[in-house]
Design a protein around this ligand. Structure first.
Ligand code: NAI
Length: 411
């Protein structure tokens, strides 16, 4: 393994918001002894004081890493968002400071897929209405409209990470699986591609949505799509709130065209528990409502802790920025010998030439080199055959190149 020029034991890692212990364990296990953990998000002066000495900051969705906070963290090398979203970080400012931001987009895939399967079973059995009835003392024992999942067709809209997992689990239950995706996808198992969205809606007993938040997915399921669904079919949305027109869904449910729905995501979601939740679906017996918890399980949290810590460690130890958000993604094979020079700079013509001039003048042979740019920032990783002293001398010259944002050396 390579060695950062700065000793691992002195690299300060500050983790906020009760990030899973798996993260702190990963850092300590890799020799990063200086790990500070905070159970909650901090704000104002307390946050500024906590980030000031940090080389690595780990947050979840509540900590706001604004330009002011990032500017106060003068020693900052990398940020880990131990969650999916990165909106809480000023990504442009971080990039221009040469600080990559990592997240964990896929650690909760299985958790969402399991919930969707559970909901498909409950909805096909019309359990939400039976449950509400019992709560009111209404003993509705009829089997009418109550169906097994076995042999029924589930239509998956968006056959990506989650959609394809849902397909695998649904087949294990004996369901037939159709999917529709705008990109060409490799179908797993016996899954079949629908001709288009309408075809999927017309042939499915349960439709489940797994598309991203994008201009073309807003209102993807509106009144006319709901009308195309089979009478007595059910709809599940654990993707993004704006994908379904909830007023149209309410009408389709109350009018009896659809037998039920499960909704985990909403166009407007309360920012905290103190804010009351409102939706056109409140009070509709055939609807299962959940507060955007599709991916919220202990296993997902533990997985996120491991995944983001691994990305931060990899960047710290070998310079790889693979899967960084809004930052040039550079990855090289394991360093073979000598030193690895990492250089983040303003994306302007002549940078690579200037870097290689310095290395050439230092009489160091280049073993491997990789460059990537994203918007206003470029990142070059260069492996050189050079002694520790020669590499440190090269690094100080690289730092002096106008437009340099950050440079590090690994041995
Ligand atoms: P992904 O990016 O792996 O898959 C999305 C798929 O949708 C891709 O295959 C893409 O080609 C396809 N797609 C895009 N636009 C489409 C369209 N107009 N019609 C049909 N297909 C389209 O994403 P992943 O990880 O599977 O996540 C899916 C959704 O689930 C995202 O919106 C994500 O935010 C949400 N999610 C919700 C969670 C929850 O707690 N409820 C937790 C995790 C993710």
């Amino acid at each position: 393994m390579t060695e950062p020029s700065f000793p691992r034991s002195e690299i300060r890692v500050v983790l906020f918001e009760g990030i899973s212990d798996t993260a702190a364990e990963a850092f300590r296990g890799a020799g990063y002894g200086n790990v500070e953990t905070h159970p909650r998000a901090l704000t104002g002066d307390a946050l500024l004081a906590a980030v000031r000495p940090a080389h690595v900051i780990g947050i979840r969705s509540r900590t706001q890493l604004t330009a002011e906070v990032l500017a106060a963290a003068k020693k900052l090398v990398a940020v880990g968002c131990f969650c999916i979203g990165t909106d809480q970080v000023d990504l442009g400012f971080a990039r221009r400071r040469g600080v990559p931001v990592f997240n964990a987009p896929y650690s909760n895939t299985r958790s969402v897929a399991e919930l969707v399967i559970a909901e498909a079973i409950l909805l096909l059995r019309r359990i939400p209405e039976r449950n509400m009835g019992c709560h009111r003392g209404d003993w509705q024992k009829s089997a009418a409209g109550s169906r097994e999942a076995r042999g029924k067709t589930i239509g998956i809209v968006g056959y990506g990470h989650i959609g394809s997992q849902v397909g695998v689990l649904a087949e294990m239950l004996g369901m037939r699986v159709l999917y529709h995706d705008v990109s060409a996808k490799l179908p797993l198992g016996n899954v079949e591609a629908a001709r288009d969205l309408d075809d999927l809606l017309e042939r499915s007993d349960a439709v489940t949505l797994h598309v991203p938040d994008a201009p073309d997915t807003i209102g993807l399921i509106g009144e006319s799509q709901l009308r195309r669904m089979r009478p007595g079919a059910v709809l599940i949305n654990a993707s993004r709130g704006k994908v379904v027109d909830l007023d149209a869904l309410r009408s389709a449910l109350l009018g009896g065209h659809l037998a039920g729905a499960a909704v985990d995501v909403f166009p407007e979601e309360p920012a905290s528990r103190e804010v009351p939740f409102a939706s056109p679906l409140l009070g509709v017996d055939s609807v299962l409502l959940t507060p955007h918890i599709g991916g919220s399980t202990e296993e997902a949290q533990a997985g996120i802790g491991r995944e983001v810590a691994a990305k931060l460690l990899r960047y710290s130890d070998d310079g790889s920025t693979l899967s960084a958000v809004g930052f040039p993604e550079v990855t090289l094979p394991a360093q073979r010998a000598g030193a690895r020079l990492l250089h983040v700079h303003e994306n302007q013509p002549g940078m690579l030439g200037a870097i290689n001039d310095v290395i050439g003048r230092g009489d160091a042979n280049i073993d491997a080199q990789f460059l990537r740019t994203v918007e206003d920032v470029g990142y070059v990783v260069t492996d050189v055959e050079a002694s520790r002293e020669a590499a440190l001398a090269l690094q100080s010259e690289l730092r002096a190149i106008p437009g340099t944002l950050r440079s590090r050396v690994l041995f």
